[in-house]
Ligand binder design. Structure first.
Ligand code: SF4
Length: 190
């Protein structure tokens, strides 16, 4: 069977709905809704240039008002704290608290999703990851959206050797840990 766009869309839509349902279930213990978990998850994998309300809004593709409400709830329940940028006081950084990290570890990925992945052999998982990455790249290109890719794959990332990296966009040094994170300014090196 030739996979047309409608068939692929149907599979992905069903997977998205099931993942959302699983997140609703896994987050209930911590009192977190799927969108709140998604915002926390983003903040756990993004770098210091991206952990802002604007970064969350762009990544989740939701309205500013919706994200603002989500962040207010997460702050009130002490899953995150807001910090003013040391160099530019207009910029607010969102930092996950230990409580937020704990809730995230328990809920994302949901247990059923982990079981489903473990039931696939390593080769299938690897092929799947490669195919999903390719599809994601095509969707981003077709829609002109930001890549939010991993820093080490960015055009502006300069590898200075010995675990030292440098961002040529913001002109700042990067650590080995920094380059594993995703960034809202990322531009694919390829
Ligand atoms: S190198 Fe690219 S991804 Fe990394 S911090 Fe700079 S702009 Fe962001």
């Amino acid at each position: 069977m030739v996979m047309d766009a409608r068939t692929l869309h149907t599979y992905l839509e069903r997977i998205y709905n099931l993942l959302h349902r699983e997140l609703r279930h896994s987050g209930s213990e911590s009192g977190l809704q799927p969108t709140q978990l998604e915002a926390l998850h983003y903040l756990s994998i993004c770098n210091r240039y991206s952990n802002t309300p604007k970064g969350v809004t762009e990544y989740l593709g939701q309205t500013k008002g919706t994200v603002s409400q989500t962040l207010k709830v997460l702050e009130r329940k002490e899953f995150l704290v807001k910090e003013v940028d040391k160099e530019d006081r207009r910029v607010i950084h969102l930092k996950i608290t230990a409580k937020g990290k704990g809730a995230l570890e328990k809920s994302v990925p949901a247990a059923n999703f982990i079981r489903a992945c473990q039931s696939l052999d390593a080769k299938t998982r690897q092929q799947l990851a490669g195919n999903l990455k390719t599809l994601l790249g095509s969707i981003l290109q077709a829609g002109g959206s930001k890549s939010f890719g991993v820093c080490r794959t960015c055009r502006y990332n300069r590898d200075d050797g010995d675990g030292n990296f440098f961002c040529e966009l913001v002109r700042a040094p990067l650590t080995r840990a920094d380059v594993q994170l995703i960034c809202r300014e990322h531009v694919d090196a390829a």
